[in-house]
Ligand binder design. Structure first.
Ligand SMILES: NC(=O)C1=CN([C@@H]2O[C@H](COP(=O)(O)OP(=O)(O)OC[C@H]3O[C@@H](n4cnc5c(N)ncnc54)[C@H](OP(=O)(O)O)[C@@H]3O)[C@@H](O)[C@H]2O)C=CC1
Ligand SMILES: O=C(O)C1=N[C@H](C(=O)O)C[C@H](O)C1
Length: 255
């Protein structure tokens, strides 16, 4: 039995992971880290703690869906107490991404900005389309619920990276994430990554390839947040016995 520690347990996804772990037979919840207290009741056999070291010692693998600053604290602690890590938190800055890479030298780390099978495939399709559709303008639009804090979404940025890679470009050099005022004509290579926020949208990503006379749009819509919680549990089951290294969701799903 793989014992899971959930980091970000009070959150929209964290709580679902705890619920979904009740339905599995080979992997189960053993510890939960909270800043203050847990907002819901849980089986008394589960360790609920504000002490991160006890939390890490109480599990075989950690699933993290929190916020960037919290994820940073987790990564720093894991450098002292290594644990396989499934990280779903998005909006990580350069320092936090470097910490994640550093951690992956000591333990297996699977980092995925989107845990769904559909988006894993979408990234492959976007790479192929970007390479094949020479001269088409690439524009990415993501839509999420009003509570989401980071923008553009981690998924949209990953899709942007796939598109840029298809053309041998560096997304950081060609990304446009806002247009306003007298901005002039669109440049050939720019890749737009735009964000819409509202209501309870779970997550929708559209990658459009636009040319004179035709356009094609590849779209993925998550209709349930359980897609992410179940995807993260599937990733944890896969990662638990792996060697140290940085893994992607495609490694786990073999798409
Ligand atoms: N990779 C993927 O497939 C997906 C990724 N995400 C990403 O996962 C993350 C979480 O999303 P979501 O569940 O909607 O967010 P929520 O805001 O609902 O949850 C965030 C959680 O992080 C905890 N947290 C915040 N700060 C700290 C801290 N300093 N120390 C410890 N815990 C902390 C919060 O705890 P508390 O309640 O105590 O404040 C809360 O439980 C986001 O980055 C989101 O973009 C979301 C969906 C899918
Ligand atoms: O915050 C969310 O909700 C989501 N975040 C992830 C992201 O930033 O890409 C994945 C998903 O789209 C939902």
């Amino acid at each position: 039995m793989i014992k899971v520690g959930v980091f970000g347990a009070n959150g929209r996804v964290g709580k679902l992971i705890i619920d979904d772990l009740k339905l599995t037979s080979d992997i189960s919840l053993s510890s939960v880290y909270v800043r203050n207290s847990l907002n819901f009741t849980i089986d008394p056999s589960i360790l609920v703690t504000t002490d991160i070291q006890s939390f890490l010692n109480g599990c075989d693998i950690v699933i993290d869906f929190s916020l960037p600053d919290a994820c940073e604290i987790l990564l720093e602690e894991c450098l002292k107490i290594p644990k396989p890590l499934v990280i779903g938190t998005t909006g990580l800055n350069t320092h936090q991404l470097n910490l994640l890479k550093q951690a992956s030298e000591k333990m297996p780390v699977l980092y995925a900005t989107n845990m769904s099978l559909g988006v894993a495939l979408l990234n492959k399709l976007v790479y192929q389309a970007s390479a094949a559709l020479d001269g088409f303008n690439i524009e990415i639009v993501e839509m999420h619920h009003k509570h989401k804090k980071d923008a553009p979404s981690g998924t949209a940025l990953t899709l942007g990276e796939s598109a840029a890679r298809g053309r041998g470009l560096d997304l950081d050099k060609v990304r446009v994430s806002g247009r306003d005022g007298n901005i002039g004509e669109r440049s050939e290579d720019e890749i737009a990554v735009m964000a819409i926020r509202g209501g309870d949208i779970v997550g929708r990503h559209t990658v459009g390839f636009y040319n004179d006379g035709e356009f094609i749009e590849l779209n993925h819509t998550a209709t349930s947040r359980n897609t992410f919680s179940k995807g993260a549990i599937r990733a944890a089951t896969w990662l638990a016995d792996k060697e140290a290294g940085l893994y992607s969701i495609s490694d786990c799903l073999e798409v």
